[in-house]
Ligand binder design. Structure first.
Ligand code: SF4
Length: 175
């Protein structure tokens, strides 16, 4: 089964072809990580600086030929609906883990880039010991310097679905 078909079965509200040439890692996105937006910078193997320099990430991205962009879109009661945001995020992470597991099974060298840093272990082994689950761990699109709104726009997928909604976006790159 193709990954797009799998994405449909898993239930992503939106998905589409991701053109590798549209992926431009930006130091400014890394700067947002360093500013501590999600508080995982320097604390997880999945995140900068452990996930590699922006140049290394760009090189890795450029080694792939195609990609799939997937989104989970949730409804919110209002802009303060933190519970709705959290619920949508969990749904997305669960869906994407399923997709990434299948993708890694079929395409062992693929690169899944998720939304948010790795939270698989309550306490990460970084920097003292190797990652406990290197075959399951995933970096985020932001960790690779990708501005998600720009990636969506360049690939014809909405980033914003209007008032009362929230979208989480991830991608899988394949050779
Ligand atoms: S799988 Fe565990 S050890 Fe590896 S990056 Fe994630 S939290 Fe850290």
């Amino acid at each position: 089964m193709e990954l797009t078909e799998l994405a449909r079965e898993i239930g992503f509200e939106a998905f589409g072809i991701l053109r590798i040439e549209t992926l431009k890692p930006l130091p400014e996105v890394r700067d947002m990580c360093a500013a501590g937006r999600c508080r995982l910078y320097g604390k997880r193997w999945s995140c900068p600086p452990a996930c590699g320099s922006i140049e290394k990430c760009a090189q890795r991205i450029a080694s792939y030929q195609s990609g799939l962009l997937v989104q989970t879109v949730g409804k919110l009661e209002d802009v303060f609906d933190a519970e709705g945001i959290h619920r949508t995020e969990l749904t997305h992470k669960h869906r994407f883990e399923t997709l990434a597991r299948q993708a890694r099974f079929r395409f062992p060298s693929c690169l899944p880039l998720t939304a948010g840093g790795c939270t698989r272990c309550a306490v990460c082994t970084y920097p003292d010991k190797p990652c406990r689950f290197p075959r399951k761990m995933m970096s985020s699109m932001e960790a690779y310097g990708l501005l998600v709104s720009e990636v969506c726009e360049k690939n014809g997928i909405p980033y914003y679905y209007g008032e009362g909604s929230i979208a989480f976006t991830s991608c899988i790159l394949t050779s």
